[in-house]
Design a protein around this ligand. Structure first.
Ligand SMILES: Nc1nc2c(ncn2[C@@H]2O[C@H](COP(=O)(O)OP(=O)(O)OP(=O)(O)O)[C@@H](O)[C@H]2O)c(=O)[nH]1
Ligand SMILES: [Mg+2]
Length: 316
């Protein structure tokens, strides 16, 4: 094959690769796109002007797409108090606003440095914490890192076994002490990670309802062990949110943020969810960037969140 043909083939292959990845994302967010963009545009685009009727209807649609009441009202109020933007331009208006909110919430790149990197994973029951740990362990192992997992979910029966299976699958090591105090498991894991030169320590925690005071206290205790023992190694405190919980996720983010000082969120179960707008609500209300997205139950089903790509997928 001559050189031009090889280059052409390379470009076609790469184009195919990116196109497939983008098409997959588009499919993953298609329900969110319909709820958030499709329904608004359909009801507004052909109107002559932003009448009160049209604006109220738009507000209801945005709220039912789980954007959050405050944010929906703010977006509609902006339209109410201006004359430049026409109903036919509503799609571009939302696109610009959403991208700005995501960008203002901060970088979506997961922090990582040379040396030990600790990732502290929190969230309510069943949000997908342990699965996220498995996915992160897999991702870091794939890039040649030495990975340790601290099984600090000493609350739920069989939680440690579940993590044990995942860690073996991912090829990561684990510190587990049946029924021990969660904070002491983390203490021991940090000692091991530092002594044996691990690159990554993933801390799994028990699921808890945000209104359960004792469990939230336990979470603060684990956090203070990390803060005391390895303050400069804590790279991210991640809140895991199930995309299907919608607005309740915002409430969870507020309570967890008070206890552990979150740095970012991971949105799981985006596959099939129509409530992906929670990404925008969390970014807007909490100024918390979503950095990771779960798009399935397998270890490979994890994506780094990219604001521009997400916006493109829901608008195009
Ligand atoms: N479809 C889909 N399912 C997911 C995803 N992430 C997790 N799950 C499923 O959600 C369920 C709960 O996941 P876990 O990882 O056990 O959740 P957890 O937060 O650790 O739960 P607790 O430890 O009980 O609080 C499991 O059945 C997972 O397979 C995802 O991105 N997509
Ligand atoms: Mg778990």
């Amino acid at each position: 094959m001559d050189e031009t043909k090889i280059i052409l083939c390379y470009h076609q292959c790469m184009f195919g690769f990116f196109k497939d990845k983008f098409e997959n994302l588009k499919e993953t967010v298609s329900n969110t796109a319909q709820a958030l963009v499709g329904n608004v545009v359909k009801n507004v685009e052909n109107e002559e002007e932003f009448s009160e009727f049209v604006l109220d209807d738009m507000e209801d649609t945005l709220i039912s797409a789980d954007l959050g009441v405050n944010y929906a009202v703010e977006l509609v109020d902006k339209l109410r108090s201006q004359t430049k933007i026409k109903p036919a331009e509503v799609k571009q208006y939302l696109k610009d606003e959403f991208l700005k909110v995501l960008k203002d919430a901060g970088s979506t790149e997961l922090n990582y440095q040379d040396g030990l990197n600790i990732y502290f994973i929190t969230g309510v029951n069943g949000a997908g914490k342990t699965t996220l740990i498995a996915k992160l362990a897999h991702k870091f192992k794939q890039s040649g890192k030495k990975v340790l997992i601290a099984a600090a979910d000493t609350f739920r029966a069989a939680a440690e076994e579940q993590l044990d299976i995942w860690s073996r699958r991912a090829g990561a090591d684990i510190v587990r002490r049946d029924k021990a105090d969660a904070a002491s498991v983390v203490y021991e894991a940090i000692e091991k990670a530092e002594k044996e030169d691990y690159d990554v320590l993933l801390v799994d925690t028990a699921g808890r309802l945000q209104n359960k005071f004792n469990l939230m206290e336990e979470l603060s205790k684990i956090k203070s062990v990390i803060d005391k023992k390895a303050p400069d190694k804590l790279r991210e405190s991640i809140l895991v949110l199930d995309a299907n919980t919608g607005q309740n996720g915002l409430q969870q983010a507020k309570v967890f943020s008070d206890s552990v000082n979150l740095t970012c969120a991971a949105l799981t179960k985006l596959d099939g969810s129509a409530k992906g707008a929670i990404i925008l609500a969390v970014a807007k209300e909490m100024k918390l960037p979503v950095k990771l997205v779960g798009i399935g139950e397998k270890m490979e089903d994890l994506k780094n969140f990219d604001a521009e790509e997400f916006i493109k997928a829901i608008f195009e």
